[in-house]
Every structure is written in structure tokens, then in C-alpha cells.
Design a protein around this ligand. Structure first.
Ligand code: NAD
Length: 287
């Protein structure tokens, strides 16, 4: 049973392997499902309790924080995901947003749409020689660091599980906050990372820092971020993820923020790879 939109090629491959119910309108299909496939739909204890035949929950994407893993463990339901597929897409979007912020591309575009020629007000900055702080140097963080290096950026990173990297100089969390011109977050959502960017962390950042979050919304305290954007302590932020999604909160009122609706892995290529990885992982479980 597939609860969220899925790449067509993947869907067809699944149909060759099994009886597929795509985006069912009622909950009866879930009750009979052997496998549940989701992207962002939450799978809580309720759903898991109702699905009497459930053996596998497959998350088309990286994080499994939308799935109640404890409830799965209790019922011996296997949880699989597709961790490698979105890396390039999220990393490329990150660099795109950094360029948008430093060169004020969205503001420039909007002013042109308003028939205004703001050339003199749109003084930007280069990426070269700026210090980029990467929080979480896993698959995506490393891909971002690699791309940033090709722009001649100085890349530092904080990750308690990584001791050295050819793509970034590893530093402490406080050192990263203090020395970065641009900070980008690529950690999973865990008890340790929830609200790791709060008012205290923001205070330690450089005045006029640029902040990006393409990981999970709850990693950043949105109220603290809102205040810091209002006072311009943070010059500009770019967010792809939010505490509550879909997001329509007060950050939409600010001009110094770029907001995208969780599109990090929304590319033809990533969706295709997610589909392929999903089919392979399901085959490993059942065949
Ligand atoms: N915006 C999107 O559409 C999108 C798409 C894919 C993934 N993501 C998010 O990006 C996150 C990262 O993905 P990934 O594939 O790079 O995961 P990954 O597991 O490869 O890397 C995460 C890294 O974070 C590190 N980490 C864990 N706790 C930390 C902490 N307290 N402080 C600093 N670092 C810490 C880990 O050691 C690891 O190296 C995912 O968990 C997911 O939440 C978002």
C-alpha cells in the first residue's frame, strides 16, 4: 500500500512484484497491507496497530522520523529507507540557496516584477573565501562541503561522529557558530539535535550570519530564528523544512528569508533513484 506520490517507473516495478494499492481513499487497505510505502505521511502507533499483516514500512527518503520506530520494534515490523538517493539534490539546492541569499536573487527578481530597477541597492557578496560551517558531515553535509570547496569557500564542520574529512576542517560546535559566515544544517532529527539551533546558539553566531536548514524543521527553534531575523542578527535564512509542515507561519511575513516547501529531494533524478533503491531494498527483504 503506497500512501504518498511515488515515481511512475518505481510504481510499475512494484506492480510487477506485488499487488499494489496506490493512495487508497479509506483505511481498509492499510489494515490488509503487508508493506506500507510512505514519503512524508506520519505512521504512528494507531496506524501500526490497525495494520494487522504489516511486515515492512518503507520510507521513500532519508529520515525515518515520521515513523513510530518503537511501535514497529514492538510488533517486529522492519523499517527500511533510501538514504543515498536524495544526497545530490539536497546538496545542489543548498548551494543554490546560498547563491540566492548572497546575491539577493529573489529580491532582485521580485523588484523587477514590481517594475523597479534596484541595481544600486542590490549589492551582494561572493562565496569565495567565505567560511561555510556545515553542521552534520554525513552524506549531504559532505556533498555540500565538496561543492562549496569548488567555489573556493573555506569549509569547517561540526559532527561528533566524524574525526576527520578531506572536505572540511572539523571544529567544535561553538567554534563553528563563532567563525562561520554561512551555517548550513544537515543533521538527522534526534533528541540531541532537536532545537540545537536555539536562542543561545544564535547569540554565539557572527552578526549578519546567513543560516540554512534543509534537514528537519525541529532542529531550529523557529521563534528564536524569527527574532534573530527581525533584529538582523541573522542577515538572512533559507529554510526547506519546518517545525510543522505544511508551513504557513510568521516567517512568511519577513523579507530576509527564503522559504521552500520541503523540495530538497524533489527532482526527477532523486525520485527515480529513490524508487530504484526502494525496489532493491524490498527485494532484499522478500526474495
Ligand atoms: N530537505 C529535504 O528534502 C531532505 C532530503 C533528504 C534528507 N534530509 C535531511 O537531511 C538529513 C541528513 O541526511 P544525510 O543523508 O546526510 O544523513 P547522514 O546520516 O548521512 O548524515 C547525518 C550526519 O549528522 C551527524 N550528526 C548526528 N547528530 C549530530 C549532532 N548532534 N551534531 C552534529 N552532527 C550530528 C551524523 O554523525 C551524520 O554524520 C536527514 O536526516 C534528513 O533529516 C532532508
Amino acid at each position: 500500500v503506497v500512501l504518498d506520490p511515488l515515481d511512475e517507473v518505481c510504481l510499475n516495478k512494484l506492480k510487477d512484484m506485488a499487488n499494489v494499492v496506490y493512495k487508497p481513499q479509506d483505511s481498509q487497505a492499510i489494515e490488509k497491507a503487508d508493506v506500507l510505502i510512505v514519503r512524508s505521511t506520519k505512521v504512528g502507533e494507531d496506524t501500526i496497530g490497525r495494520a494487522k499483516n504489516l511486515k515492512v514500512i518503507a520510507r521513500a527518503g532519508v529520515g525515518t522520523d515520521n515513523i513510530d520506530l518503537k511501535a514497529c520494534e514492538k510488533k517486529k515490523i522492519k523499517v527500511i529507507n533510501t538514504p543515498d538517493a536524495p544526497t545530490t539534490s539536497v546538496a545542489e539546492l543548498t548551494l543554490g540557496l546560498i547563491i540566492c541569499m548572497l546575491r539577493k536573487i529573489i529580491i532582485a527578481h521580485n523588484s523587477m516584477k514590481d517594475k523597479l530597477w534596484k541595481k544600486n541597492e542590490l549589492l551582494g557578496n561572493e562565496l569565495a573565501e567565505k567560511t561555510l560551517g556545515v553542521i552534520g558531515l554525513g552524506r549531504i553535509g559532505t556533498a555540500v562541503a565538496r561543492l562549496a570547496k569548488s567555489f573556493n569557500m573555506n569549509v569547517i564542520a561540526y559532527d561528533p561522529n566524524i574525526k576527520n574529512s578531506e572536505h572540511a576542517n572539523l571544529v567544535t560546535f561553538d567554534n563553528l557558530l563563532k567563525n562561520s559566515d554561512i551555517i548550513t544544517i544537515h543533521v538527522p532529527l534526534t533528541i540531541e539535535t532537536e532545537k540545537m539551533i536555539d536562542g543561545d546558539a544564535i547569540k554565539k553566531m557572527k552578526d549578519g550570519v546567513f543560516l540554512l536548514n534543509l534537514s528537519r524543521g525541529k532542529v531550529v527553534d523557529e521563534d528564536a530564528l524569527y527574532q534573530a531575523l527581525k533584529t538582523k542578527k541573522i542577515a538572512m535564512a533559507a529554510l526547506d523544512v519546518y517545525e510543522k509542515e505544511p508551513y504557513n507561519g510568521k516567517l512568511t511575513d519577513l523579507d530576509n528569508v527564503i522559504l521552500t516547501p520541503h523540495i530538497g529531494s524533489n527532482t526527477v533524478e532523486a525520485q527515480r533513484r529513490i524508487g530504484e533503491e526502494l525496489v532493491e531494498r524490498l527485494k532484499e527483504v522478500f526474495i
